[in-house]
Ligand binder design. Structure first.
Ligand code: MSP
Length: 513
């Protein structure tokens, strides 16, 4: 058998200054769906997430709580692990930047950069935003604030610098050679123009606080939190020793999924650090958009932060996953609203997908002795539906290669709609008396279509899809994408369990809660 192709996907590592919210859940969910898709498609997947625990922002949050930073990060990091558990994410590793394996890797990388002459000692005098953990040039400030609206403070201190300015041409050449390095394309254009505008050397160490990885041989300095944090993507693979061979197998990364706010760190600084250390840059950085809540920017001061645990409690895990992945084209900004959630749950899930399964499985239960019916001759209308369902894998593969989960779901729902139309035009209930053999064929075609659809919805809605496949009595070994060919087709006579509804309809609370 041919070796399985490797697929490495990462989320950003989350700052532990605060509890997890919808933004964190969203990035990891998007990665989870991609990781599950690739696993089902036979890829050897490595999916990484974790927490970013150093830096001034985290140190300040610990101090505000009157806690030691390590004890504080231990506590908050647990909340992120808890979220990952509740959301059912399928990560293979969870890294914390306070772990020894990570610190060693960062110090090793630092030494390589130093040895290569890419880091030099100087002094920084300029603006810094603790909230963004970013340095800003005077010219970037807008009304005395960072372009993100975050407050800035004047910093003057000895600092090591990375020779970023020397990387402008090589970065631009790298972008030209890798036209899909950043997606969506509009974001790539922003990155290119930023780099074309000229790069300053980057301050990569701080001396005015201590919560970070110490600079080798100069412990007055801790490393800049972004140099520290970005390195998680390789430290989690065992870099530099690579005792388990993970680094050799999975680096360079297939895709770093990040929010648009942190694209510059990933698409400019990170490839420059790596190339300067003689390492390969990642293959892709995908930048997604931001969610608002009922049209409003989400912020703690407004008090409209969306807690993912509450969403799951109110709407259910699979419906929440479906909504977040389907409602907004991946890469765009999106708005979370109860009304939109209600529409998606009732129309796409309960009506379209749920009814299709329910109608077909209960007709089979009642009219075919609760077993997969035996199909007679296949007619053109049957073949047309089967062909559409069979075409889905290719379509979804093409879309998921470009992180377009929303479009894959759209394609799957087009087949669901087609199947519902087919039920209406074929009217199997009317065939029960007039032509039972034809009824059996129609119900087989429908059940087979549902099988293919349910295999493909697994990455997006693992639990609901599993329930549907259970109701079709599909064994575990027939649930990967390999089973999507005709060899996996439903076998007549297979006994089916009693069908049950999978997607609850959301009834609007009259109080409007
Ligand atoms: N620690 C850095 C990342 C280091 S990666 C080497 C960081 N952490 S963060 O916790 O502030 O943000 C993590 C992610 O959450 C970012 O990708 C950000 O875009 C995302 N989101 C935060 N709020 C969001 C929304 N309202 N909507 C969607 N995603 C948002 O940055």
């Amino acid at each position: 058998m041919a070796a399985r192709a490797a697929y490495y996907i990462t989320t950003p590592i989350y700052y532990v200054n605060d509890s997890p919210h919808i933004g964190h859940a969203y990035t990891t969910l998007a990665c989870d769906a991609l990781a599950r898709f690739m696993r089902l498609d036979g890829r050897d997947v490595r999916f990484l997430t974790g927490t970013d625990e150093h830096g001034q922002k985290v140190e300040k949050a610990a101090r505000d709580r009157g806690m030691d930073p390590q004890a504080f990060t231990d506590e908050v990091s647990t909340r992120f692990r808890e979220l990952v558990r509740v959301m059912g994410f399928s990560q293979d590793d969870f890294i914390r930047t306070t772990e020894p394996r990570h610190k060693q890797a960062v110090q090793h990388l630092w030494q390589k950069l130093l040895d290569a002459g890419e880091i030099y000692l100087g002094a920084y005098a300029g603006w810094y935003s603790v909230r963004d953990e970013a340095f800003y040039a005077e010219s970037e400030l807008v009304a005395g604030k960072a372009p993100t609206g975050a407050p800035v403070e004047w910093v003057e201190e000895p600092s090591y610098f990375f020779r970023l300015s020397a990387w402008q041409d090589r970065l631009l050449a790298f972008y030209d050679a890798h036209p899909d390095f950043v997606l969506p394309e509009s974001r790539f254009n922003e990155v290119r123009s930023f780099v074309k505008g000229g790069l300053n050397d980057l301050s990569v160490s701080r001396t005015t606080f201590a919560w970070g990885v110490p600079v080798p041989n100069d412990p007055a300095h801790v490393m800049y939190v972004w140099l520290d944090a970005l390195t998680n993507y390789i430290s989690a693979l065992g870099y530099p020793e690579d005792a388990d061979g993970l680094y050799a197998r999975f680096w360079p990364c297939d895709v770093h999924v990040v929010g648009k706010d942190i694209l510059r760190f990933h698409a400019v600084y990170w490839p420059a650090f790596l190339m300067a250390a003689g390492l390969e840059p990642p293959k892709r950085v995908f930048a997604h958009g931001w969610w608002t809540n009922e049209g409003q920017k989400i912020s703690k001061s407004v008090g409209n932060v969306i807690d993912p645990h509450e969403l799951i409690e109110r709407y259910g895990l699979d419906a929440t996953r479906y909504f977040l992945l389907r409602e907004v084209p991946f890469g765009n900004d999106g708005d979370f609203s109860h009304a939109a959630m209600l529409r998606r749950m009732n129309s796409d899930l309960a009506n379209d997908y749920g009814n299709l399964c329910q109608r077909v499985l209960s007709m089979i239960g009642k009219n075919c002795d609760a077993a997969i019916p035996r199909p007679g001759p296949i007619e053109p209308a049957d073949q047309a539906l089967l062909d559409q369902a069979a075409g889905l894998l290719g379509t979804c593969r093409r879309l998921m290669e470009r992180q377009a989960s929303h479009a894959a779901l759209e394609a799957i729902w087009a087949v669901i709609a087609e199947a519902n139309r087919y039920v209406d035009t074929q009217a199997p209930w009317a065939l029960r008396k007039s032509d039972p053999e034809r009824m059996a064929t129609v119900l087989w075609v429908l059940a087979e279509t549902i099988r293919r659809v349910a295999i493909l919805t697994q990455p997006f809605m693992p639990d609901a899809s599993a329930q549907i496949l259970d109701q079709l009595a599909q064994p575990a070994e027939l649930r990967s994408f390999q089973a999507l060919d005709d060899k996996g087709a439903l076998v007549a006579g297979t006994a089916l369990p009693k069908p049950a509804g999978v997607f609850p309809r959301l009834v609007e609370d009259p109080a409007g809660a």
